[in-house]
Design a binder for this molecule. Structure first.
Ligand code: FA5
Length: 335
């Protein structure tokens, strides 16, 4: 019995890993282990011998079990210490870079446009992209036979509505929604069924500006638009004003911006003219005021329709409008 004890405890003491210790435990105490076999043999002994030997074997079993349990703790600690010694933490190493994401240049410019107009007391409104023909055309004094209604320019929806071709439908909606006098801008996405090039997209952004009051002037409209441009660019910009025709304004104008991609030298964005069509505007036509539910004898208004996507191109010298809606992260990460 003593020889067995010595042999078993020596094996336990010699095990230096958790796996080796497990082997020793199975070899002695497992189902087919040596001690288990000896215990099974007890059945063949006389009652007296069985009692004495049984007691001795049980003591041996308890000693081996205790020794394994103690050795287990020591081996686990040694293994942990060895692992820790191999894995050094170096607190001076730089951390992993965090990619925080960026605002799209369109979002940045919309934010600064809203900022400028909020300071001038304008409401900021949001109107639907799927519009009725009435708000997109009729309400804006665009008759049924006007070429802008041609399917070439307009995406028609299955239910007879259209994807708005400009933000101007908001003019009639705003007049119906707000109590005059008021001033408001409404930025948003617009759609046109047209071929794309460096300065034309089928899906692009505009910001409409509208002021309704008892007396409004072209001078005030121009002042608001120049405040907008200097606010966005942070410096005075070069513009030119020329007459323009839109059925919903009278008189109508086009405000062009000196091309900032080529500094006026001529490039595909400005079609080599040095000027970019950016800000059509005018005094709101009396018919539109009437459709807005107001009396044109009492109320006047001015409106502009800023080509926001082109403004973004000018602000960041982007040489092709198609980058804006491309979803290309390499593009967005530059800003
Ligand atoms: C309009 O959309 C009028 N609703 C603007 C307006 C509002 C006039 C209020 C008077 C009073 P126009 O079709 O010119 O007008 O478009 C306005 C601006 O949107 C253009 O000056 C240009 O900067 C931009 N734009 C027009 N078509 C495209 C296009 N395909 N891609 C990118 N920008 C465009």
């Amino acid at each position: 019995m003593e020889a067995l004890r010595t042999e078993a405890l020596d094996e336990v003491a010699a095990a230096t890993t958790t796996a080796a210790l497990k082997d020793v435990e199975v070899r002695w105490l497992g189902k087919k282990g040596r001690l288990t076999a000896l215990l099974k043999e007890l059945g063949g002994l006389s009652p007296d011998d069985r009692k004495a030997r049984g007691q001795a074997l049980n003591e041996l079993k308890r000693d081996i079990t205790d020794a394994v349990a103690q050795r287990e703790i020591a081996v686990a600690q040694a293994e942990l210490a060895a692992q820790a010694a191999g894995e050094r933490l170096d607190p001076t190493l730089p951390g992993l870079p965090v990619d925080a994401g960026r605002l799209h240049p369109l979002t940045r410019v919309i934010d600064s446009v809203e900022d400028v107009f909020e300071r001038m007391g304008f409401h900021i409104l949001d109107y639907p992209e799927a519009e009725t023909e009435f708000f997109n055309f009729d309400g804006l004094n665009i008759p049924a036979d006007h070429p802008a209604r041609d399917t070439q320019d307009t995406f028609y929806l299955a239910d007879g509505n259209v994807l708005r071709t400009h933000t101007s439908p908001g003019q009639v909606r705003a007049m119906r929604d707000l109590k005059p006098p008021f001033r408001a801008i409404f930025p948003g996405r617009v759609y046109r069924c047209e071929a794309t090039d460096a300065s034309h997209e089928h899906t692009f952004h505009q910001v409409e500006g509208l002021m309704i009051d008892r007396h409004v002037s072209v001078a005030h409209m121009l002042h608001s638009m120049m405040t907008l441009l200097t606010g966005v660019f942070g410096r005075p910009v070069q513009v030119r004003l020329r007459p323009g025709f839109f059925p919903f304004v009278e008189p109508g104008f086009e405000l062009d911006l000196r091309c900032m991609v080529c500094e006026g030298a001529g490039c595909p964005v400005c079609k080599r003219s040095g000027w970019v069509e950016l800000l059509p505007c005018g005094l709101v036509h009396p018919n539109v005021i009437r459709h807005g539910g107001l009396d044109p004898e009492e109320w006047e208004g001015w409106a502009f329709g800023l080509g926001l996507s082109r403004l973004v191109m000018m602000r960041y010298q982007i040489d092709d409008i198609r980058w804006l809606m491309s979803g290309d992260l390499r593009f967005v990460r530059q800003f």
